[in-house]
Design a protein around this ligand. Structure first.
Ligand SMILES: Cc1cc2nc3c(=O)[nH]c(=O)nc-3n(C[C@H](O)[C@H](O)[C@H](O)COP(=O)(O)OP(=O)(O)OC[C@H]3O[C@@H](n4cnc5c(N)ncnc54)[C@H](O)[C@@H]3O)c2cc1C
Length: 383
C-alpha cells in the first residue's frame, strides 16, 4: 500500500462549484497560494447532473462569475449543461488549480506547519494541510425525504428531485409530486406534458406576477436584481426577517407558475403529504388518499457537514458564521450557504461578492500570520 501523500497550502478551497471557483478567482488575484479540491470528475458536473430539461431562471447576464462573461446572449436562459460547461471553462480560463475527483471526507484542526494552528484535510488516503480552509460544498447536500416514504406501497416508484432526470424514469400511471418550489413545478409540468395524470401536494412559497420568460420580466430584472443585491441583505431589517425563511428552503415560482400547471391538467392541492393509508397510498393533510404509481419528492435538502470534525455548527445544521467567517475557528470560512449575506448568496449572481468578502478576511489573516512569523524570527535573532 502506498504511503498517504501530504501537501501543505496557505489555503484550501473544498468544492469547485460557483462559490469555490469565485473564491479561487479572488485568491489568485491576491497572489495567495491555494488549491481547490473537487469531488466530481469534472468541474460543473453538479449542474450537468440536474434534470435534463433544466433551464436556469436567471438570464445569462446574471450567471457570470467575476472575470468571464457568460458566452450566451445576455437575455438567454442557459441550460444546466451550459452552466456546467461555463464553470469548467471558467476554471480553465483563470487557470485555477483544481484537483478534480477528490472527495474530502474529513476536515479537522491540526497544529499546522508553523505551529500556529491550521487544518488537516483527508480524502481517502490523501492528506493535505492548510493554514486556512474555505468550505464551498454547496447547500444542496443531502436530499430530504420524509419518513413516511418508507411506508408507501413498494410498488410505487419513488425518487427525489435530486435523482430525477426525466419522465422516462417513471412507471406508467399517475404521479404525485410532493413539494411545490422550482423543481417541483418544473417536474410536475414536464410529467403532465408527458401524459401522466399528475398531482401536486404542498403550497407554493408565492410566485412572481409574471413568468421570468416574459417581456415584463426582462424589464423587471434590473429592479429584482437591485432588491436581491442591495435590499434583501443582513444589513436591513427586511433582509434579516426573510433570511431564515430563505435558508429553510423553497422559493417563489418564477417560470412555471400555478396557472401553467393547471393549463396542462395538473391537480394542485395545498395540503401536505402527511401519512400512508392501509393500502400503502400517500395521504394528504385534508384526508385525500391518492392512487399513484410514482412519487417524486421535491422536498428539498438538508446540510450535511458530518465530515467536518469541528464544533462550529448550530442546531439547524448550518455553521455559526458571520458572512462566511467563523469567528470561533480562525481560518475557517464557508461559502454558498443560502442568505450568507444576501438573497443573491444562493445564486450565481452573488457568488463573486460573497467570495470577495471571505477572501479579504483570509488574506488579512495570512498577512497577519506572515508578519507574526517575521516578527517572531526578528525577535529570536535579537535575543
Ligand atoms: C434545480 C436548480 C435550479 C437552479 N437554478 C438557478 C438559476 O437559474 N440561477 C441561479 O443563480 N441559481 C440557481 N440555482 C441555485 C444555485 O445557483 C445552485 O444551487 C449552485 O449550484 C450553488 O453553487 P455552490 O458552488 O454553492 O454549490 P454547488 O454547485 O453544489 O457546488 C459544490 C461543489 O462542491 C463539491 N463537493 C461537495 N462535497 C465535496 C467534498 N466533500 N469534497 C470535495 N468536493 C465536494 C461538489 O461536487 C460541487 O462541485 C439552482 C439550483 C437548483 C437545485
Amino acid at each position: 500500500m502506498n504511503a498517504p501523500s501530504s501537501n501543505h497550502h496557505e489555503a484550501i478551497v473544498i468544492g469547485a462549484g460557483q462559490a469555490g471557483l469565485a473564491a479561487g478567482y479572488h485568491l489568485a488575484r491576491r497572489g495567495i497560494e491555494f488549491v481547490i479540491l473537487e469531488a466530481s470528475r469534472r468541474v460543473g458536473d453538479v449542474w450537468r447532473e440536474r434534470y435534463d430539461s433544466l433551464l436556469l431562471y436567471s438570464p445569462a447576464k446574471y450567471n457570470a462569475l467575476p472575470g468571464l462573461p457568460f458566452p450566451l446572449a445576455t437575455r438567454a436562459f442557459p441550460t444546466g449543461r451550459q452552466m456546467g460547461d461555463y464553470l469548467e471553462a471558467y476554471a480553465d480560463h483563470h487557470r485555477l488549480p483544481v484537483e478534480a475527483g477528490v472527495r474530502v471526507d474529513r476536515l479537522r484542526s491540526s497544529t499546522g506547519a508553523d505551529n500556529a494552528g491550521g487544518y488537516e484535510i483527508s480524502a481517502g488516503d490523501r492528506r493535505h494541510e492548510a493554514n486556512q480552509v474555505i468550505v464551498a460544498t454547496g447547500a444542496f447536500q443531502r436530499p430530504h425525504v420524509p419518513e413516511l416514504a418508507k411506508r408507501l406501497d413498494p410498488a410505487i416508484r419513488q425518487l427525489h428531485s435530486a435523482d430525477y432526470r426525466g419522465p422516462h424514469q417513471l412507471g406508467d400511471g399517475p404521479v404525485l409530486i410532493v413539494g411545490l418550489s422550482h423543481s417541483g413545478a418544473d417536474i410536475a409540468h414536464e410529467v403532465a406534458e408527458a401524459g401522466h395524470r399528475t398531482f401536486v401536494s404542498g403550497a407554493a412559497h408565492g410566485q412572481l406576477p409574471f413568468s421570468v420568460d416574459s417581456r415584463r420580466a426582462r424589464l423587471a430584472w434590473p429592479l429584482m436584481r437591485f432588491v436581491a443585491w442591495n435590499v434583501l441583505t443582513l444589513r436591513t431589517p427586511i433582509g434579516r426577517k426573510v433570511a431564515p425563511k430563505v435558508r429553510a428552503g423553497g422559493g417563489p415560482l418564477l417560470r412555471i407558475r400555478r396557472g401553467d400547471l393547471e393549463a396542462v391538467g395538473v391537480t394542485l392541492n395545498e395540503a401536505r403529504t402527511v401519512d400512508v393509508d392501509a393500502r400503502g397510498r400517500p395521504v394528504l393533510a385534508d384526508g385525500t388518499a391518492l392512487d399513484v404509481a410514482n412519487v417524486v419528492w421535491c422536498t428539498g435538502f438538508r446540510p450535511d457537514y458530518g465530515w467536518i470534525e469541528l464544533p462550529v455548527f448550530g442546531e439547524d445544521g448550518w455553521p455559526k458564521e458571520r458572512r462566511g467567517v467563523v469567528d470561533a475557528q480562525p481560518g475557517l470560512y464557508f461559502l454558498g450557504i443560502p442568505f450568507l449575506y444576501s438573497f443573491t448568496s444562493m445564486l450565481v449572481l452573488g457568488a463573486g461578492r460573497d467570495a470577495a468578502h471571505v477572501v479579504d478576511r483570509l488574506a488579512a489573516r495570512a498577512a497577519d500570520r506572515s508578519q507574526g512569523v517575521t516578527a517572531g524570527k526578528a525577535g529570536s535573532t535579537a535575543a
